[in-house]
Design a protein around this ligand. Structure first.
Ligand code: SAM
Ligand code: SF4
Length: 338
């Protein structure tokens, strides 16, 4: 593909330069993690509203021409999208090509990892909340722990590295200190980078309760029952959302993403595209900018770029979770893309 004419970067009113595009390629999922959606699922997006391979690659191309350097595919479960390898290949053919990664529950990755690597994906984050089958079933409502573990292994074997593991803890479900330490030991043993994410108010059932949320501090206390953790300096952290800790003197690290108790909105460089073609300038935005309708009505790339720019121009300074008037967005995490 010929080199795209570069446009001005995506800078918002607070000087934040946007370089990271998260694309939800589907809202469907093979699991039902309690912190994300109810066991019966949610009303899925209507198929005709979902972006085609060509549409999603085109919009990524517009974003890349505005300085987006990294594209993360997510969902829902991205591996449920049959054309995923084609989506990756299309993005890898953009010029300049963004770095392409994926956040996945890992189920099915054992079959796809080499093809995704060959298409141009460089690394994956796999979500794993427990190593215990009974707890996995209680939390994700599906007996698929083996599938997730096979996916993690396959990603590492294929070279989709570093493999990062995302863990969300729920009080009284998967927060037993010994089990949390076992997750870290598993990651250390295999060379995976483990990061704990504070549970956020993004579940479809609107059941999030601050008093039930495990804070980053509580998570660290559990890990410290078995390991010595030394924090990184702020300079080492940069704009990364995860605060990293050296484990037992390093070099291995463990991360905590304390989005609720220690928001990092001031250095946010992310923008999101939903599977039905809406731009969201924040996980918690209550408004969206429709790119699908104008695109299908014949908008030019310049017009789509202007819409993307207007969305970023309206980005708020922070997510506001800790303010009394906070309202959870109507769209759940599975349809936004985490
Ligand atoms: N299905 C894929 C997966 O689970 O990795 C990708 C989509 S999932 C929405 C992306 C990430 O968001 C996962 O790591 C998941 O654990 C996290 N997540 C989902 N709901 C969350 C919530 N309410 N709070 C914090 N993280 C959440
Ligand atoms: Fe599916 Fe990921 Fe949500 Fe779990 S967190 S239900 S795997 S989209």
């Amino acid at each position: 593909m010929p080199a795209a004419a570069m446009r001005d970067p995506l800078v918002d009113r607070y000087g934040r330069v946007h370089r990271d595009l998260r694309i939800s390629v589907t809202d469907r999922c093979s699991l039902r993690c309690t912190y994300c959606m109810p066991e019966e699922g949610v009303p899925w997006l209507a198929r005709p509203t979902m972006l085609s391979t060509e549409e999603v690659v085109r919009l990524a191309g517009v974003a890349v021409s505005m300085g987006i350097e990294e594209v993360r595919l997510t969902g829902g479960e991205p591996l449920l999208r049959r054309d995923l390898v084609d989506v990756v290949a299309g993005m890898a053919a953009l010029d300049p090509a963004p770095e392409i990664s994926m956040t996945t529950n890992g189920i099915g990755l054992d079959k796809n990892a080499p093809a995704l690597l060959a298409a141009g994906m460089t690394r994956v984050n796999v979500s794993l909340d427990t190593l215990r089958r009974d707890v996995f079933i209680a939390l994700a409502k599906r007996d698929r722990l083996d599938g997730t573990l096979a996916g993690i292994r396959a990603a590492a074997d294929a070279g989709l590295v570093p493999v990062k593991i995302n863990t969300v803890l729920m009080r009284g479900v998967n927060d037993d200190a010994a089990d949390v330490v076992a997750l870290l030991d598993f990651a250390l043993e295999h060379g995976y980078e483990l990061r704990f994410i504070e549970q956020m108010p993004l579940d479809a059932q609107h059941g999030w309760d601050r008093s039930q949320m495990l804070t980053g501090e509580e998570i660290l206390a559990k890990l410290r029952t078995a390991h010595e953790l030394t924090p990184q300096t702020p300079e080492e952290r940069g704009s990364a959302p995860a605060e990293l800790f050296m484990v037992d003197g390093g070099p291995a690290t463990v991360g905590v993403i304390a989005s609720v108790t220690m928001p990092f909105c001031g250095s946010c460089d992310r923008v999101r595209l939903t599977a039905d073609g809406m731009i969201r300038n924040c996980l918690f935005a209550t408004g969206e900018t429709d790119l699908r309708t104008p695109m299908r009505e014949g908008a030019s790339d310049d017009e789509l770029a202007a819409l993307l720019r207007s969305s970023i121009a309206g980005k708020l300074p922070g997510h506001g979770i800790n303010q009394p008037d906070f309202l959870q967005p109507p769209r759940p995490m599975s349809a936004i893309g985490g």
